[in-house]
Structure formats: C-alpha cells, structure tokens
Write a protein that binds this ligand. Structure first.
Ligand code: FAD
Length: 393
C-alpha cells in the first residue's frame, strides 16, 4: 500500500466515496483559503460556496433521497466537510445544519415535518442553527433550564442560549429545551424548530476572536409561542433522540479538524522542501522532519477513527458510534492543534505573516479542542464508559 493510497482513504472507503472526495476537493480548490479568509475579514458570508455545494448535492448528500437528498450517510457528509476544510474552507454550519438538525429531523420528524424542512437542507437553500449550550450549564447539559410549557395546542418557550453559531443565517433554530414536567433531574430533551423571526426571540452577537465568516450569538427566548408541530420527536424522549444529532456533530467536528490538519501539514511539508538557510532544505533537519512525520501518523489515525465512527453510526450501532465519535473528535482536535502549531514553527517568522494563511488557522484549530464537546469531557467519557473507572464529577 502506498502512502497515497492511505491518504485518499482507499483502504477504508468505497470507490463512490472517493469520487465524492475528489469532486468536493475540486469545488474547494475553486474557492480556497483566499475566498474564505477574505469573506471573514470583510464580514461577508460564504454564500456562493454554500449555494454551489448545495446545488451540486454535497450539503444534502446524507439527506434521504425522497426529500431531495443523496441518500448517503454521515460518512459521506463528513467526507464533504473534510475536503472543504482541507481546501481552506472549514464551513462551521455544515457541522450544525445538515449534520445535527438534518439527522434529527430525518430520524424523529413526522412525514410532514420531513417534507417541510429536509428539501431545503438537501439543496442548501435552507440553513438551521442548533442550540443546546446555556450560560449556566455549559458542558453539563443536564443543567439546562430552557423550558417549554403547553398552552392549549401551542408551546411557550423561555430561556437563554449562548455560543450559538449562524443564527443570523438561519431560518430556524433547533432548540433543546425541557418540559415543565421534566424541569429538573437528568435531561429529557424536548426539541423545537423555532423560526428566527418569532415574536419574543432575539439574539446578540458575541465578539469572538475566531477567523471565520460564521458568527456566534447569545439567544433570548422570552415567551416564544410555537405551534404543536414545532416539536420534533417526543416531548419526553430519551437522550438518544438528542444523540442522534450529537454523534454526527462530533463526527463532523472530527472531519473538519482532520481537514485543517491536512491543510497545515501540506503547507509545512511544501515549505520544508523548498526553504533553505544552510546547505540543504530545512526538511532535511530531523527537528523539522520528525514532528511532521508524527503529525502525518496522528492524522491518519484520526481519519481512520472518524471513518469508523461514521460507519458505526450508519450501521445503527449508536453506543459504538458514540464512543468512536468521541475518540475521533479527540484525536482530530489534538492533531489539528499540533499541525497548525508545527506548520507555523516550520515557517519561522513567515508562519505569523498573514500572507502564509497559517496564523489565521490558530483559533479555528483551537476550537476543535473545545467544541462541540471539550477534550476533558471526552476523557471523562472514555475513562468512565470505555475503561469502567468511577465517574469523577
Ligand atoms: C465557536 C463556537 C461555536 C459554538 N457553536 C455552538 C452551537 O452552534 N450550538 C451550541 O449549542 N453550542 C455551541 N458552542 C458551545 C460549545 O459546545 C461549548 O463551548 C462547549 O461544549 C464547552 O462548554 P463551555 O464553553 O460552557 O465550557 P465549560 O463547560 O464551562 O467548561 C470549561 C472548561 O472546564 C472543563 N470541564 C467542565 N466540566 C468538566 C469536568 N466534569 N471534568 C473535567 N473538565 C471539565 C471543560 O473541558 C473546559 O475546558 C460553540 C462554542 C464555540 C466556542
């Protein structure tokens, strides 16, 4: 097996998936880091790329065919996400809109809800945000206090969410709430599609240091009235209903991190081959070569684990997928941070010059360690569930 065979995923992925990767990589190359970074710098959105990816069926690749999608699985969507990220276009809303919201509606929505919300996801004309994080709950989702109360046929929602991505671009936010009957104790999530133009709903942008076109917001939900059919799934469903979306989110987060690591590693290797300050290219010094070789190994392991998580999810093994998705997200977050840091080191002073488009990746790569689930919470999960150690908190 050649290194190229490993890098293209031929060992684990179908011919069809590899063709998809190639086609998406070509689209990514057409836009690239210049497009993404200038949109971020000028406060524009990446609408052209999003629309074209939607038209070509890439955003909807995992939406069922009967709703206009490609009928593929989360592994296909993760491949799209990784390729765009590796081309310098890490679209954060891909992790949210088609992945979390798309999979939850496809699995738990009624026929009418699927008909209403999925076709727009399939062709990229609709974008939905997702909100679980709250100021006083953070990583502990069991502490969320956004509540939904029945009022006749309607629901009335109250609460606050924070660090919610892309609300300004979304027609709806999928809100994770709890009913007044399940106000305390272990979370029984009740999920609602809330139109962003609802009365009683407002949001405020958070001033973030991340280089990216997608923004984060604090949401204020003050007595928002929603019709009965805004509820997706059951009002006191088990946590599985939520994890139907959170595991895909982790797989997509991992794919995005792997894409970032690939881009940083490619840049570092190219520079190490060409830059010469003594008698040979800097890549001939082991202090430069070994860290890059290590990153290549760690990256391939993270990609394999991401593919495994996606395969388990597609096979319906949700427990197995949960463990693998956590591990994939951990591995990808670590390698994304290490790769960007080492690429900057390899470039010396140039690594911090905007022209080389590495310094702008620092915050994005750092994010992969924090969201959608932090490195520490993954280690807690693995210690407790994979190793059977006592819960530490
Ligand atoms: C750019 C960005 C986009 C985001 N987009 C969305 C979105 O679209 N929708 C959404 O719902 N959320 C979103 N989030 C929120 C994100 O999911 C959370 O930031 C993340 O889950 C961590 O929660 P927190 O920030 O409240 O950290 P906290 O929970 O306050 O944790 C702070 C630190 O303490 C550690 N910690 C906490 N508990 C433990 C423990 N028991 N053991 C060990 N360590 C612990 C954490 O690992 C972390 O290092 C986004 C965040 C960012 C930064």
């Amino acid at each position: 097996m050649t290194v190229d065979t490993i890098a293209t995923g031929a060992f684990t992925e179908s011919e069809e998936r590899r063709e998809l990767r190639k086609a998406v990589a070509a689209l990514g190359a057409k836009y690239g880091s210049d497009y993404f970074l200038s949109a971020a710098a000028e406060g524009r959105k990446t609408t052209e790329l999003w629309s074209e990816a939607g038209r070509l069926g890439y955003l909807g690749v995992a939406i069922p065919e009967e709703y206009g999608g490609g009928g593929g699985d989360i592994g296909d969507l993760a491949a799209v996400c990784e390729e765009l990220s590796a081309a310098g276009c890490p679209l954060l809303l891909m992790v949210v809109s088609p992945a979390i919201v798309g999979t939850i509606i496809a699995q738990y929505g009624t026929a009418e809800q699927k008909q209403r919300w999925l076709p727009g996801l399939a062709d990229g004309t609709a974008t939905y945000a997702f909100s679980i994080t709250e100021p006083d709950a953070g990583s502990n989702s069991h502490r969320i206090t956004t509540t939904a109360e029945r009022d006749g046929d309607a629901w009335v929602l109250n609460g606050q969410k924070t660090y919610i991505s892309g609300v300004d671009e979304a027609s709806h936010v999928l809100v994770v709430a709890r009913t007044v009957d399940n106000k305390t104790g272990s979370l029984k999530p009740a999920l609602f599609m809330l139109p962003t133009d609802s009365e009683g709903f407002s949001y405020q942008q958070i001033d973030m240091g991340i280089t990216g076109p997608e923004k984060q917001f604090t949401l204020f939900i003050d007595g928002v009235r929603l019709p009965a059919d805004a509820l997706v799934g059951s009002e006191d469903a088990g946590i599985e209903q939520l994890f139907a979306g959170l595991n895909p989110e982790r797989i997509m987060g991992a794919a995005s991190g792997c894409g970032m690591a690939r881009l940083a590693l490619d840049k570092a290797v190219a520079y190490a081959k060409e830059r010469q300050v003594w008698k040979a290219p800097i890549g001939s010094h082991q202090a430069i070569a070994h860290p890059l070789a290590r990153i290549h190994i760690e990256l391939e392991m993270a990609r394999l684990m991401t593919q495994k998580a996606a395969a388990l999810y597609a096979a319906g093994d949700h427990m197995g997928a949960g463990e693998a998705a956590n591990m994939a997200k951990y591995a990808a977050g670590e390698v994304a941070c290490t790769a960007v840091d080492q690429a900057i080191q390899t470039h010396g002073g140039n690594g911090l010059a905007n022209e080389y488009q590495l310094v702008q990746m620092l915050t994005g790569s750092r994010l992969t360690r924090i969201a959608p689930v932090s490195r520490e919470m993954i280690l807690n999960f693995v210690a407790q569930f994979s190793l059977g150690l006592p819960k530490s908190y």
